[in-house]
Write a new protein. Structure first.
Length: 585
């Protein structure tokens, strides 16, 4: 530095010089810090974290709250069953969700989201669920949809606990209730096998149906038909067998049908399986990951056009899931109808939306300065969580997942006259949105392949509060004949529109006077800071205070008997007694 070029400085002088320089640097730093903070004087911020956004949500569609992405809760797209198939219009755009047909209400639905295998239940209420200790529950990190999945670990079907999950119909409303003729039906589930070895049993339904002089091979030596639906692994594919299940209209003949998929089921990878029966044509169709793999016909001709054989459920029927299977299963459903070909993406491509309730910024028409956000993109699959985090800016990620943010303001929390205003988090929007109340909305869009979702961690609204002006200072009162002259120093607030003079004579703090020629208390004297209040009674002691006011609220002006002025605090109180003979001016 240049100090090395000053040899004439002695050591003591040099030390003093350096100390002075250090003091100067500290003073400059504080000066710059203070000057920069002047720009934020008066600003206020309201923050909403993930769980707070959820609790204050006025509207939510296709969004759920999770706690496995960040240290706290975040909001992401829902991956639960039917998340992409609601058929509800997007109320902000007027567009309907892209769905070909409504999915029928499930006859049986096992979401496996309950968190423990002993709490697994059929949400439709048609079936009773029994589980064994060999069954376990996993959380959403391992699940394909929703908050959890079932973990099966019984590769040996001969083991004692080879029936980890049993399903039995309760009541006649169940599709597979005893002695019930079944029309259209569909069975679907997600599967994630550990090894996919030959013979692993995914599903088994067994029942016994009394024979009626049938000519089917299975009824030749017994008075009952043994019925079975079996889904097993065969050469890394799934094979379905329907034995004694499809019967002729007179229940005297039955068909055995075996149908097998073509796609290899990859271990440790999720795949969706759907098999459905059309009772009009007799067609049995098996799809893997939304693609039709095999078709057969339960008809007298074994092709389209013959007499249709339809299912009849026997007595004592029960489903056994995962009896010889090792791996994960999720979203197991049976439908009493033809389920549509599913969208097999993890997250619905239509996206989701959340809107907060009205956020009260405090009295006045406050001006929003900016909206800030933090969040990112996440992909949760097979316990591996990939995450990308950012603050502010446009929340558009490389895989096309995205969030879009909106805000609107109003002075009435029950009426939102202004349209949604799109914002880029972190960018100034001062002057575009104002009001006592604001509402935030966020649209969530998944990646192009539907396998990852954006997530929202926090929202922050920075605004300039429309606070009432500060009270005038140094109020003085001079008694006159039938009047009092008041004078004060103007309020320092630049938005002051005028002053109100409050007066009364009953007691200190009572400002209900009606004697003044200018009218009853309070008297609006405009922007003057010196005024004579005449028409007062001589010999009476009057008490005075003055308050400044700012803008007038248009919404409140429209309401009858409501003072639209934004009134600040009182000044200090002064008092004076008009007397006969005192100067009038």
């Amino acid at each position: 530095m240049f100090l090395h070029k000053l040899p004439f400085l002695a050591d003591d002088n040099y030390n003093k010089f350096m100390k002075n320089k250090l003091y100067l640097m500290v003073i400059l730093y504080l000066l710059f810090a203070c000057s920069s903070s002047l720009f934020s004087i008066g600003e206020k911020t309201i923050s909403l974290g993930g769980d707070a956004i959820w609790k204050t949500a006025d509207y939510k569609d296709g969004i759920t709250e999770v706690s496995l992405v960040r240290t706290g809760s975040v909001l992401i797209l829902s991956s639960g069953a039917g998340a992409g198939n609601s058929g509800i219009p997007r109320r902000t755009t007027g567009l309907f969700y892209n769905t070909e047909r409504a999915k029928p209400a499930p006859d049986l639905f096992l979401s496996f989201d309950e968190g423990h295998h002993e709490r697994f239940r059929d949400s439709s209420g048609n079936y009773q669920i029994y589980t064994s200790p060999s069954l376990a529950a996993v959380d959403r990190r391992y699940a394909r949809s929703g908050a959890g999945a079932a973990l099966f670990s019984s590769p040996d079907i001969n083991r004692k606990e080879h029936s980890p999950l049993t399903v039995k119909a309760q009541g006649n409303s169940a599709l597979f209730a005893a002695n019930k003729r079944i029309g259209d039906f569909s069975i679907e589930f997600w599967l994630n096998p550990q090894n996919m070895e030959n013979g692993e049993q995914i599903l088994l339904w067994i029942s016994s149906l009394p024979a009626q002089s049938t000519r089917g091979a299975r009824a030749a030596s017994t008075d009952h038909i043994f019925q079975r639906i079996l889904c097993v692994a065969s050469k890394n594919r799934l094979q379905w067998s329907f034995l004694g299940f499809f019967l002729s209209p007179d229940v005297r003949q039955n068909l055995d049908i075996i149908i097998k998929g073509q796609s290899v089921i990859v271990p440790k990878t999720w795949s969706h399986h759907l098999i459905r029966f059309d009772s009009v044509t007799g067609m049995i169709e098996y799809s893997v990951n939304g693609k039709v793999e095999a078709i057969d016909y339960a008809t007298s001709t074994r092709r389209e056009g013959g007499e249709v054989y339809t299912p009849v459920a026997g007595e004592g029927g029960e489903f056994v899931l995962g009896g010889g299977f090792s791996g994960l299963m999720d979203e197991f459903m049976i439908h009493g109808g033809l389920a549509p070909t599913p969208a097999v993406q993890k997250y619905p491509l239509r996206g989701g939306r959340i809107e907060t309730g009205a956020i009260d910024l405090g009295d006045g028409s406050n001006s929003v300065i900016k909206v800030e956000a933090s969040g990112g993109r996440t992909q949760i699959q097979n316990a591996k969580t990939g995450s990308e985090y950012k603050r502010n800016g446009r929340f558009l990620f490389s895989d096309d997942s995205e969030m879009q943010f909106f805000i609107r303001g109003s002075n009435n929390q029950y009426r939102w006259d202004s349209a949604w205003y799109p914002v880029t988090p972190g960018s100034d929007i001062e002057g575009a949105v104002s009001g006592r109340y604001v509402q935030l909305a966020v649209d969530f869009y998944p990646s192009a392949d539907g396998e990852s979702s954006p997530y929202l961690e926090e929202l922050r609204v920075t605004y300039m509060p429309d606070e009432p002006p500060l009270p005038p200072a140094r109020l003085t009162a001079v008694a006159m004949d039938g009047a009092v002259q008041l004078q004060w120093r103007s309020s320092p607030d630049a938005n002051t529109l005028g002053y109100l003079v409050y007066y009364g004579s009953s007691a200190s703090g009572d400002y209900l006077g009606e004697d003044a020629a200018l009218g009853a208390s309070p008297v609006d004297v405009g922007k003057r800071n010196i005024v004579i209040i005449d028409g007062l009674k001589n010999g009476t002691l009057y008490y005075f205070r003055v308050a400044a006011y700012s803008r007038k609220d248009p919404d409140r002006i429209a309401a009858a008997h409501i003072d639209a002025r934004h009134i600040g605090e009182f000044s200090t109180e002064v008092r004076a007694r008009p007397l006969t003979g005192l100067s009038k001016r």
